[in-house]
Write a protein that binds this ligand. Structure first.
Ligand code: NAP
Length: 253
């Protein structure tokens, strides 16, 4: 059986699907947005830096893929009315959503708990977990309009086993794991919406470089190289897979 690590997507895997990607302007989210568009999806690019989203938009257009949409939103300051408005606007434009990749995130501090800045702790929880949870609450009705919808929540190895000094980042990822279990059970028997977590594993991005400044980035896979698991979970071959914790990279032997 083909493993999701080496999943080979058909060229039209995501044809006709409307997929929202958070943090689509950089790193893994950028690569996933481009990849989903290459496989036929109409991608909604969500993020906080409009210039980065516009660059991804232009690249998708230049490739001749389906015209994407940009939705500027900052998880730090957004509140419930913003998420309701977002759901209303997406409903007017598309009538449904077939996928959400929640990928946006910030690292916060790597420091012992007693030295952690409480305001930064709150910001990390807001951006990584609380804001995206409100977004998903608002988007559930749109996901329920789909015949085959997939929600992917981006986790981390420290969201499955805590590690010293990883503070709010680790706790926010544990919280996303909990959200995935709650949501997947709630939606399993009443809709065609599946919800899973995906841990990208060490990947060559700015966040990784910030967390591990001494590491040679060339020893890590690029965001493009870890996409097979994203295609698998977003596309129809993972139908019926829900409430699971997946890794985008095989365990190191
Ligand atoms: P990245 O390059 O730093 O990208 C993070 C993305 O999130 C950026 O597009 C960023 O937008 C966006 N973002 C940050 N704060 C936001 C906010 N307040 N509102 C909206 N968007 C916001 O990081 P990455 O390495 O690609 O990480 C992607 C995901 O994978 C994260 O959830 C991360 O925790 C997870 N992860 C990464 C690794 C790794 O090794 N890279 C390992 C495990 C898990 P701006 O560019 O505008 O700041």
């Amino acid at each position: 059986m083909q493993s999701h690590y080496s999943y080979q997507p058909a060229d039209d895997l995501l044809k006709g699907r409307i997929i929202l990607v958070t943090g689509a302007g950089d790193g893994i989210g950028r690569a996933a947005a481009l990849g989903f568009a290459d496989k036929g999806a109409t991608v909604v690019l969500l993020g906080r830096t409009i210039s980065k989203l516009e660059a991804v938009y232009d690249e998708i257009e230049a490739r001749g893929a389906e015209k994407p949409a940009i939705y500027p939103l900052n998880f730090e300051g957004a509140t419930w009315p913003d998420y309701k408005e977002m759901a209303d606007r997406l409903y007017e434009e598309f009538g449904r959503l077939d996928g959400v990749l929640h990928n946006a995130g910030i690292l916060g501090q790597i420091t012992p708990l007693q030295g952690y800045n409480p305001e930064l702790w709150h910001e990390v929880m807001q951006v990584n977990f609380t804001g995206p949870t409100m977004m998903l609450q608002a988007l559930i009705p749109l996901l329920q309009q789909s015949q085959d919808a997939s929600v992917i929540l981006t986790s981390s190895s420290v969201g499955r086993k805590g590690r010293a000094f990883w503070g709010a980042y680790a706790c926010s990822k544990f919280a996303l794991e909990g959200l995935s279990q709650v949501m997947s059970e709630e939606l399993e028997n009443i809709s065609q919406v599946r919800v899973n977590t995906l841990n990208p594993g060490a990947t060559r991005t700015k966040m990784r470089a910030k967390a591990y400044p001494g590491e040679d980035p060339n020893t890590l896979p690029t965001p493009e190289e870890i996409l097979p698991a994203y295609y698998y979970l977003m596309g129809p071959d993972s139908k019926g897979v829900t409430g699971q914790q997946l890794d985008a990279q095989p365990p190191k032997s």
